[in-house]
Ligand binder design. Structure first.
Ligand SMILES: Nc1ncnc2c1ncn2[C@@H]1O[C@H](COP(=O)(O)OP(=O)(O)OP(=O)(O)O)[C@@H](O)[C@H]1O
Ligand SMILES: Nc1nc2c(ncn2[C@@H]2O[C@H](COP(=O)(O)O)[C@@H](O)[C@H]2O)c(=O)[nH]1
Length: 219
């Protein structure tokens, strides 16, 4: 699915799909914003959803807010790379922007659930790096959902009751980060991305780079 771009050291490499999943409220959005602000070459995938907009959310920035008819048309038209029903709403990743970013050599960040992650893995296993974020405790998770102050008590109850099921998929992920402290969790997620960018298999330009070095040594 990916073609190529250049790493900061100038060696060509394939772009990667960096996925964050967690039970609702564990901190994916918080960590995603930090990653986008601080990691050049990383582009956020903006999902389509049928869920209602929360206070402060912006259409086109946080999500593409669409109605069910439009969402179904996107599915039918093969416009989504993956999609799933989460908490009674439809969510999906528009294919076009992801393909454009990867072709331009950028990495793409996804805040999606375990169902979407499974679909991405089926499509492009070698290019997917997945991180599952765990809250330090159930009490912290509930406190975070309340402190976000954007969902009703009923919605929060539903999300808490689904948390254990969401978490049952943790072992399908490449990395697990426990989000006690935002700065520490961010540093861990950032280290994962930095290391994955250096993986030999992604660095398609290394053969030429090493040949050139050897040529210099022999010449
Ligand atoms: N380490 C932390 N300590 C305390 N509060 C945190 C921490 N990480 C995130 N939060 C807060 O918890 C709330 C939920 O975080 P966030 O919205 O990032 O979760 P999420 O995983 O994206 O949730 P959802 O799946 O519902 O979108 C926010 O108010 C955020 O500021
Ligand atoms: N499979 C997908 N899951 C997605 C996508 N976009 C978001 N999500 C997940 O939905 C829940 C709820 O999100 P919220 O913004 O309503 O709190 C959360 O787990 C997200 O990761 C998507 O495109 N595909």
């Amino acid at each position: 699915m990916t073609t190529g771009g250049h790493g900061t050291d100038g060696v060509e490499r394939r772009g990667l799909m960096f996925v964050l999943s967690s039970p609702s409220g564990a901190g994916k959005t918080t960590l995603s914003r930090l990653l986008i602000d601080r990691m050049p070459g990383l582009k956020m995938s903006v999902s389509a959803t049928t869920r209602a907009m929360r206070p402060g959310e912006v259409d086109g920035r946080d999500y593409l807010f669409v109605d069910k008819a439009r969402f179904d048309a996107m599915v039918k038209g093969d416009e989504l790379l993956e999609w799933a029903t989460v908490f009674d709403n439809s969510y999906g990743t528009p294919r076009g922007p992801v393909e454009v970013a990867l072709s331009a050599g950028q990495d793409v960040l996804f805040d999606i659930d375990w169902q979407g992650t499974q679909q991405l893995r089926e499509k492009a296993r070698a290019d997917v790096v997945s991180v599952f974020i765990l809250p330090p405790s159930a009490a912290d998770l509930e406190k975070r959902l309340h402190s976000r102050a954007q969902d009703s008590d009923e919605v929060i109850r539903k999300r808490m009751s689904r948390a254990s099921h969401e978490m049952s998929h943790w072992a399908e992920y490449d990395y697990i980060v426990i989000n006690h402290d935002v700065d520490e969790a961010f540093a861990e997620v950032q280290s994962i991305l930095k290391a994955e960018r250096l993986k030999r298999e992604r660095r398609t330009g290394l053969v030429g780079f090493v040949r050139n070095l050897q040529g210099q040594l022999q010449g």
